[in-house]
Design a protein around this ligand. Structure first.
Ligand code: NAI
Length: 479
């Protein structure tokens, strides 16, 4: 069995945490109970790319319990929990000397070239080909699309002088995999029956490809299930944002001015958690609807420029680029904390920061760096950057807790089953899961919280014009 993880001796610790997580993931355990015997994913060879955490371990082992074969990488260089990765490789019945689980290619603190090597590894099935992708942020999907494009063209282009550094890394990886034949991208592109995408940013990329006509296979946006984005993005971040800030800095949040850029699902959860700690929260937004929501929720809404000089904590939650510039960071107050919880590291201009004359970067501990402007002068002042601008809840803490991830990952499992078992229902395009399945995911999580649901009478159902057993809301309903 091939794999690349930090240390297999961590497997026992990982297994203990996976066992605890299973209890907190009733949706995934219900999937095992419902489909464990019929194994609808038999024959599915899933190339998976999601943060390699304890919760993802429960997802992986649910997919294999349903018959799938899986190869896995993390979708972020800092997000792997090494004990979870080890436990998945060793498997329930294996030992570190005799691993019998699933091939994982992930460890905390990968370099960018290592990250793209690991992503390429999930497509390397030897004689066989993968036929499904499970993605978070769209990097695995991107690699296949670029691989197909360049293999067909017969050449991988050189990155231009203005291209981001990461593009050069991707192109180098593709060149290597095409010339060595370890990844047959054109064949892989044709073999893939579909991708299920976890997050807002990945879905954004999928819709773009569908619009351009370049999407190679059907996709289900798991993110757009209500039981995903209105729970994971909001309540998950409400939990894990301050977990990350606390573990990184242990600064008292109460009384501080916390600036949250973006008031979408993630921003709403982040703002609520910071307010819960007693921070005075200020929102920046570009969308008048979200800005109005923030105002009506009681937050001050203004521009970043207005708050630069007195904000203590800045968090980007936008999925947009260049939200905080290097120049703006240079004008923040001494030891302001700056972090990002959106999917990619381009929300904060880290490249621009490194180029500022006289700046000095000092590692306080891994994923916590003090950047000092005008170092060595009497004007020296610094900011603290979390996770080098990458998502801080996974880099500085352990991401979302199991219960909320059970909602997201139950949607992932249902979406994999949909695309794999009903290909005729999904010609190449981007889809969302039917509302009945969304309601099913929510239902699976009620008992664990002691929720008693009221049932419609047939007369009430007829009055509302909905079936007694649901679905209850029209597609346009926004929750
Ligand atoms: P969303 O689209 O609901 O919210 C983003 C908000 O940012 C929107 O309201 C938008 O108007 C606003 N925005 C865009 N550009 C802006 C700018 N320049 N300044 C201020 N506001 C701006 O998206 P959602 O679901 O909240 O996701 C945001 C990001 O977080 C995405 O990249 C997503 O993939 C990621 N994400 C991260 C998670 C984590 O655990 N770290 C969990 C879920 C999502």
């Amino acid at each position: 069995m091939d794999y690349r993880v930090a240390d297999l001796s961590l497997a026992e610790f990982g297994r203990k945490e996976i066992t605890l997580a299973e209890q907190e993931m009733p949706g995934l355990m219900a999937m095992r109970a419902e489909y464990g015997a019929s194994k609808p994913l038999t024959g599915a060879r899933i190339a998976g790319s999601i943060h390699m955490t304890v919760q993802t371990a429960v997802l992986i082992e649910t997919l294999t319990a349903l018959g799938a074969e899986v190869r896995w990488a993390s979708c972020n260089i800092f997000s792997t929990q090494d004990h979870a990765a080890a436990a998945v490789v060793v498997g329930k019945d294996g030992t570190p000397d005799d691993p019998q689980g699933v091939p994982v290619f992930a460890w905390k603190g990968e370099t960018l070239p290592e990250y793209w090597e690991c992503t390429a590894e999930i497509f390397n099935w030897g004689e066989q080909l993968p036929n499904m992708i499970l993605d978070d942020g769209g990097d695995a999907t991107l690699l296949v699309h670029k691989g197909v494009e360049y293999e067909k063209a017969g050449a991988v282009p050189q990155p231009g002088p203005d291209d981001p550094e990461e593009l050069g890394v991707i192109l180098a990886q593709l060149k290597k995999s095409i010339s060595s034949g370890t990844s047959r991208w054109v064949e892989i592109g044709s073999a893939i029956m579909g991708v299920t995408e976890e997050t807002t940013t990945g879905v954004h990329r999928l819709y773009e490809m569908a619009r351009e006509g370049s999407l190679l296979f059907p996709a289900i946006s798991v993110n757009d299930a209500v039981t995903k984005s209105k729970f994971d993005n909001k309540y998950g971040c409400r939990h894990s944002l301050i977990d990350g800030i606390n573990r990184a800095t242990d600064v008292l949040i109460g009384g501080k001015v916390a600036v949250v850029c973006g008031y979408g699902d993630v921003g709403k959860g982040c703002a609520e958690s910071l307010r819960g700690q007693g921070a005075r929260v200020i929102i920046t937004e570009i969308d008048p609807i979200c800005a109005l929501q923030a105002a009506m929720d009681g937050y001050q809404v203004t521009t970043l420029e207005d708050v630069l000089s007195y904000g203590d904590i800045f968090v980007t939650t936008t999925g947009c680029r260049d939200v905080i510039s290097a120049d703006q960071m240079s004008r923040m107050k001494h030891q302001a904390i700056v972090g990002n919880i959106g999917h990619f590291d381009n929300e904060i201009d880290m490249a621009g920061l490194a180029k500022i004359a006289g700046i000095v970067k000092d590692e306080i501990k891994p994923q916590v760096h003090e950047w000092t402007f005008e170092a060595g002068t009497d004007r020296a002042h610094s900011i603290i950057i979390l996770s080098e601008g990458r998502l801080l809840n996974l880099g500085n803490a352990t991401g979302h807790p199991s219960f909320v991830m059970s909602n997201s990952f139950t949607n992932q499992v249902l979406a994999q089953i949909e695309l794999y078992t009903k290909p005729e229902d999904y010609p190449t395009d981007v889809y969302t899961l039917p509302k009945a399945l969304d309601e099913k995911v929510a239902r699976l999580h009620l008992d664990a919280l002691g929720v008693k649901l009221t049932e419609l009478t047939p007369t009430q159902a007829a009055y509302l014009g909905v079936p007694v057993e649901g679905p209850y809301k029209p597609e346009l309903y926004r929750y």
